[in-house]
Design a protein around this ligand. Sequence first.
Ligand code: NAD
Length: 486
Amino acid sequence: MSVKGVKGAVKQPRLEPAQGMDSVGDTLQRLRESFSAGRTRPAEFRVTQLKGLGRFLRDNKQLLQEALARDLRKSAFEADISEFLMCQMEVTLALKNLHTWMKDEPATKNLLMLLSSTFIRKEPFGLVLIITPWNYPLNLSLVPLVGALAAGNCVVLKPSEISTSTEKVLTEVLPQYLDQSCFAVMLGGPEETGQLLEHKFDYIFFTGSPRVGRIVMTAAAKHLTPITLELGGKNPCYVDDNCDPETVANRVAFFRYFNTGQTCVAPDYVLCSPEMQERLLPALQSTIARFFGEDPQSSPNLGRIINDKHFQRLQGLLGCGRVAIGGQSDQSDRYIAPTVLVDVQETEPVMQEEIFGPILPIVNVRSLDEAIDFINRREKPLALYAFSKSNKVVNEMLDRTSSGTFGSNDGFTYLTLPSLPLGGVGNSGMGRYHGKFSFNTFSHHRACLLSPPGLEKLNDIHYPPYPDWKQRLVRWSLGPQSCTLL
Ligand code: NAD
């Protein structure tokens, strides 16, 4: 079924100069009024929206699969495990836990407020803007959306204009499943998103590049709007000499070439000794052949580069160092072969920018210390991987570096666990989400103290004048020993 054929497809405001900003302003006004009227606050309303999201996923699976295949030639299986299942799991988890997450959280008290009640209220921010990239266009739109809706916000979703087919489904079909007085999709590229960002939002959740992250943060600063920035960068992958090369090759190749390397948490480059490189190369060669066949271009399990601009960028990177495996490309098909580069210089573009494609450079280091120095001289990555049979080596890597996420002897399998947060640090972002972390991200944690209106005599002890006995009593009441009572 094509989007065109969807009955009752919804037209959302497109932030194009020809249409001006009025329709955008009107839409934002409508959402704000719904929020002010308290429409999104009741748990029942949130449950209805979350169920709507679940139905959207179920009813439109084929439509979305086709869209993902058109955008990225994503295989149905990859789409299933990295897009549908993760979205569905987040919806199910939020529905199951919503009432618990919404509950006020009791807070410890001190003696001065023994008769009061203290708690943290998780209240919605209000009008939230979610801006998403193109590489997992469904997952990266819906997973934050689950958190924003569960937390009781009104939401504007701005999907990537680059993954055009998925953008179309999100624009024309998704709103049918949600309350449109509280949810809207807005379309546009850099210019239009810049205009959208001039409006005041109560929270901005951005997933994309560090470069655009800076633009979003600058725009948010004008209104002092709190933000989450889910950014990217270069993720190191250290391979110790004691590893089994076949096992490492399987795991690294799977996570590097998944979604044709267009994954923010993919291992971006390998750091290993020249000896390990010699053992790893034949292992990678045979793994790639086993995964994608002798002619990966004809493999149904390898996707394509999102557009010509990224294809040309990646083709340029193939000229760095020396091609040890792969290296073929075909512009007419936006195909880049799973590639391994060696003899790469730190100063070459492939080691200066996030690769975001099926290219894996290997950089030689002589020791764990040198690998750690190499990593720490660079911006903090979104993900860091360490392969070793030694716990000591893994723990040293963990203790002496920093990154958004960390995996040892594995890739980004942790993303399948909503019990672990996803978020960067430093240049790779700020804030976190997934599961309950999403609910907390999209909630303001309001400190509440409810005191009895009477019993004024009790307050006398902290009013002036301050004789010695009062001072001693108040100091004692405020001291750490009295701060343990619930
Ligand atoms: P991008 O930063 O170019 O675009 C992201 C979004 O920002 C899009 O919706 C786009 O329309 C908008 N945008 C682009 N230029 C803008 C501008 N000048 N002003 C305002 N908005 C603008 O990123 P991309 O190319 O879509 O995605 C790739 C990047 O996203 C990579 O760096 C990758 O690592 C990162 N990423 C991070 C995560 C994560 O979870 N941390 C997940 C996926 C992708």
